[in-house]
Design a binder for this molecule. Sequence first.
Ligand SMILES: Cc1cc2nc3c(=O)[nH]c(=O)nc-3n(C[C@H](O)[C@H](O)[C@H](O)COP(=O)(O)OP(=O)(O)OC[C@H]3O[C@@H](n4cnc5c(N)ncnc54)[C@H](O)[C@@H]3O)c2cc1C
Length: 234
Amino acid sequence: MAFGYRAPLIGSGEDATVVAFLPRWVGYAWAFPRIDHISFGIATTQDAFDHKALDRLLWDFMVSYYDVAQVGSLRKMQLWKSASKTQIDNLRHKAERYAARIPGLEPRTWDTRKACGEGWALLGDAAGFADPVTGEGIYYAIRSAELFADAYLACEPLKYEALWRKDFGGELKRASQMRRRFYGNFWGAPFTDRMIEFARGHRGIRKVLGQLVAGDQGYVNLKKKLARSALKPL
Ligand SMILES: Cc1cc2nc3c(=O)[nH]c(=O)nc-3n(C[C@H](O)[C@H](O)[C@H](O)COP(=O)(O)OP(=O)(O)OC[C@H]3O[C@@H](n4cnc5c(N)ncnc54)[C@H](O)[C@@H]3O)c2cc1C
């Protein structure tokens, strides 16, 4: 589930992009500046969804974002600091709400999913093609359309099934197997916190995680790549 608010830009041209992993929940919150507003949001799994608690968390995040913007340093942003009712009310009348679902299939569904048949085919979100860890689906929507077009133009539309499986099916299944672990515990702290700590101190890990976020590093060999880069000298 994803929901959030479209709220005004700070106006200084300095609006920052922020991604913050949630305390106690699978998922993350974001601030994405756009041309005429900032999109704030939270995405988490449907089974863990608690709208009231998550909404409160998002208002705290938004109030901290604007507070820091006034101070001018994002490093000072105190994530999840409780905002007062007045602070929230001041922002509430300027924010416009939105909510939507993002598909995030379970590992077993990837084996049984069928994305085409006689006279029909599913692409993008309709087929469930979004990354179960990050919720990103734009790439897979466009890529599945390309693959279907290839099969269709070759007069073999049913070959689309084998094409998407080979192209990105394995990656998305691997991501769905990793989802719990990605947001779970690792050496006594959330995996995400540990990875940020490691990335701060280790160039190799920072590089691999940067490639993961940019979509240049897949999930299938992620563990091996992280272990290998951790063993390289700093
Ligand atoms: C809040 C939020 C944030 C996201 N952030 C990211 C991100 O940062 N990066 C990323 O990669 N992905 C992100 N995603 C996921 C991404 O938006 C989707 O995976 C992607 O848009 C799927 O593309 P699509 O073409 O399959 O479906 P859609 O983009 O949903 O397009 C389907 C279109 O069909 C139209 N439609 C529906 N029914 C009918 C009908 N009966 N007749 C005619 N038209 C119809 C809809 O109006 C819509 O325009 C986000 C999703 C949400 C909800």
